[in-house]
Unconditional design. Structure first.
Length: 231
């Protein structure tokens, strides 16, 4: 099970005066929000698993495939007759299977994305896996940023979801929420506004509200500016 490295952790490191942090992708998931905050605060994220030292088979970690992947391919080929050892196709099938297994074990936010050379990005909504939102006082709120500064975008977008929960929030940015499932309750003072699937909320910068729902809710948020967590 991998651990989750969040934006709150980056902020804590920056506050303590730390300018860099070493992480291992084999055991840690770094949220897109954490990377955005680290970039803004000048905290360098160092991948300790990356090395240019050659291995016994002559491949390096940066230029070749991991030893474990090579070993798996070799073991699979050993079980197949020569007539079925189409190297290119076999490599694709093995790598696809490994990626699917890794997605099943990852504990943290993730999604499938397609990016065109001109910058157009497609996020597969049914692939989005939420991480934990640390800003809700420990409540089980799921959040996944899917578009942000790394896409050279001035706005950000993502998914949030939870079940029968509420928490207060003050926005230092503009936000639009599009309800996908359930009911999204937004309380302003003594009045609660209820959004249902297909409904759209606009919440202006500076508003103090309470997010909530009587059951499961899932929605897409769009914020301006993109680095909303650092505002």
């Amino acid at each position: 099970m991998k651990s989750l490295f969040t934006a709150e952790k980056i902020k804590e490191l920056h506050k303590s005066g730390q300018t860099s942090v070493e992480v291992s992708p084999k055991s840690t998931i770094i949220t897109p929000e954490a990377r955005d905050v680290a970039k803004k605060l000048g905290v360098k994220i160092i991948d300790v698993a990356v090395s240019s030292e050659p291995h016994q088979d002559g491949a390096s970690r940066t230029g070749g495939q991991p030893d474990s992947l090579q070993a798996i391919k070799k073991a699979v080929r050993a079980k197949l007759p020569a007539s079925h050892q189409n190297s290119g196709l076999l490599d694709q099938l093995i790598e696809k299977a490994l990626k699917e297994l890794q997605h099943q074990d990852v504990a943290g936010p993730s999604c499938e994305r397609e990016k065109a050379p001109n910058g157009v990005v497609l996020v597969r909504g049914n692939s989005v896996k939420p991480g934990k939102f640390d800003g809700a006082g420990g409540k089980p709120i799921g959040l996944t940023d899917v578009i942000g500064p790394d896409d050279k975008s001035s706005i950000a977008a993502g998914y949030m979801q939870w079940d029968n929960c509420s928490f207060p929030w003050t926005l230092n940015y503009d936000e639009i929420d599009v309800v996908l499932e359930g009911e999204l309750h937004i309380t302003c003072g003594d009045k609660t506004h209820i959004g249902k699937p297909g409904d759209v909320f606009f919440i202006p910068k500076g508003a103090s509200i309470e997010f909530g729902s009587p059951g499961k809710v899932r929605f897409v948020y769009v914020t301006y500016p993109a680095d909303w967590s650092a505002q």
